[in-house]
Design a protein around this ligand. Structure first.
Ligand SMILES: Nc1ncnc2c1ncn2[C@@H]1O[C@H](COP(=O)(O)OP(=O)(O)OP(=O)(O)O)[C@@H](O)[C@H]1O
Length: 458
């Protein structure tokens, strides 16, 4: 069983960039059994110089001081680099989400400071089963049912979960047989926390029907992830022939089956940053867009968007943008999921999909925006434009050009990506700004910025 566990995680990591790069690896370590086992396993796989142990002391339990002290001793004894964050800025509401947000922001900061491309967390099969079941019971978007991904883009690299298929009982056995010390979080027993009820009540009850429920739910999620990845690729390809600069051509859309029409519509809305649109609303919308229905209609959408049907053309309007004065400053609206050539040497793509098959070496940043910040615009950079830095200060485009020794002809061609409130997110090709992630991501949109060089035939 033990060798098996080592083999499983080694195989999992071989499928990622884990062994092919030599950049540092950040291991998110809470002192629970899952992360202490993960740390032990990873120590056997890579030189200790590559590892950075990241720990957040949330200061929410009396035991957290003892846990931090233990981890400090452990890292000293094993000559591991340790980074600890003290999280004491506790909000009155939404404590759990705020703690999580602070944690991931801390991990992202370490990655950016150390140039690490990999973050490992110790999520295991029980976490996955709880997540899937919770989402199923809550209802809503199908994408949520796919649970946690074994790997996903995170900050400037990847978040990898090597233990995702391993049930917790195996981790406990490993810890016991290998003398791995860990701490139990006493709040795990607190049944007023939703996840704990799934962990201690509902899943054990369901296990009387299916003793393999933990692994089986994980396998269902893995299959769904494959289907969704496949479907998204297909839908995006189909959409390309339906959508032009003007909008979506309903005559072509009508040629698809009812089910495909709904999926195409949903994907198109997602691509334009309109998420959280209820399925029942989508079904109604599809009905009202059929050939026999009124040819001119307007539909209200979540956020500041509306959808216009003009005979066989369907297009989106942003109400904020309509209220702005027209300008001729060379602004271009960003279309999601399309490579857009910015100048003769560079193309960018902004993706609103959680999952993407885009090569990760093109990923520049992962950010969060409010729907009211959209659409994003690309416009020529001004020397006085300012990019926010991690420390809260700002840096002008002029300073970035000087620091990066950008030749004058390139400066004139440089573009910036800005949002509707005028915040500069990216001096394309040179630097991204650092805007803090929201404390709660409900209603926010996660976007990823990609860039690639284009062939210059000039
Ligand atoms: N205090 C902490 N310090 C460092 N890493 C942590 C800490 N708490 C949790 N982690 C990391 O996150 C993993 C998942 O823990 P947990 O399920 O509690 O958190 P989560 O980040 O909220 O995850 P989810 O994605 O399920 O919401 C742990 O296995 C560990 O790797």
């Amino acid at each position: 069983m033990v060798t098996n566990l080592e083999m499983v995680i080694k195989r999992h990591l071989e499928g990622s960039r884990f062994f092919t790069t030599s950049t540092p690896i950040v291991v998110a370590t809470s002192t629970g059994v899952d992360s202490m086992v993960l740390l032990t396993l990873v120590q056997n796989l890579v030189p200790k110089e590559r590892l950075i142990v990241a720990h957040v002391n949330h200061h929410l339990r009396s035991q957290s001081q003892i846990e931090e002290r233990y981890l400090r001793q452990y890292c000293q004894a094993h000559q591991l680099t340790l980074r600890v964050m003290q999280w004491q800025d506790h909000p009155k509401n939404g404590l759990e989400a705020a703690a999580r947000q602070a944690r991931y922001q801390f991990f992202a900061t370490i990655m950016s400071e150390t140039k690490a491309k990999i973050l490992l967390t110790a999520h295991h099969a029980n976490d996955q089963a709880e997540t899937v079941l919770m989402k199923l019971v809550r209802g809503g978007d199908l994408h949520q049912l796919a649970g946690l991904r074994p790997q996903r883009p995170f900050a400037s690299g990847d978040l990898i979960r090597p233990l995702l298929t391993i049930p917790k009982v195996i981790l406990i056995n490993y810890a016991k047989t290998h003398g791995v010390k860990w701490y139990e979080d006493e709040t795990n027993q607190d049944l007023s926390i939703t996840r704990n009820r799934y962990r201690h009540q509902y899943l054990p009850e369901l296990a009387t029907e299916n003793p393999q429920i933990i692994s089986d739910l994980g396998q269902t999620a893995a299959q769904l992830q494959d289907w969704l990845t496949f479907a998204q690729t297909q839908l995006q390809t189909q959409l390309q022939s339906l959508v032009s600069e003007k909008g979506l051509d309903l005559r072509l859309w009508w040629q698809s089956s009812a089910a495909t029409q709904r999926l195409l519509l949903q994907t198109w809305l997602h691509q334009n940053g309109i998420v959280n649109y209820k399925w029942t609303a989508l079904v109604q919308l599809q009905r009202r867009l059929q050939p026999g229905e009124l040819p001119n209609q307007t539909f209200a959408l979540p956020g500041k968007w509306r959808l216009i049907r003009n005979y066989h053309l369907l297009y989106l309007e942003n109400l904020d943008k309509l209220n702005q004065k027209p300008n001729d400053s060379g602004q271009n609206m960003v279309k999601f999921a399309h490579w857009q050539t910015v100048n003769s040497s560079r193309a960018i793509l902004i993706s609103a999909n959680r999952q993407t098959d885009l090569p990760l070496n093109h990923l520049v940043a992962t950010v969060w925006l409010r729907p009211s910040d959209l659409p994003l615009m690309i416009r020529p950079a001004k020397l006085t434009d300012r990019l926010r830095l991690k420390n809260g200060g700002f840096q002008t485009v002029r300073r970035i050009f000087i620091n990066q020794k950008v030749p004058v002809d390139q400066r004139q061609k440089a573009k910036v990506l800005v949002d509707q409130s005028g915040r500069v997110w990216w001096l394309i090709g040179y630097k991204t700004a650092w805007w803090d992630w929201p404390k709660q991501t409900n209603g926010w949109q996660q976007l990823r910025f990609f860039q690639r060089k284009v062939e210059n035939h000039e």
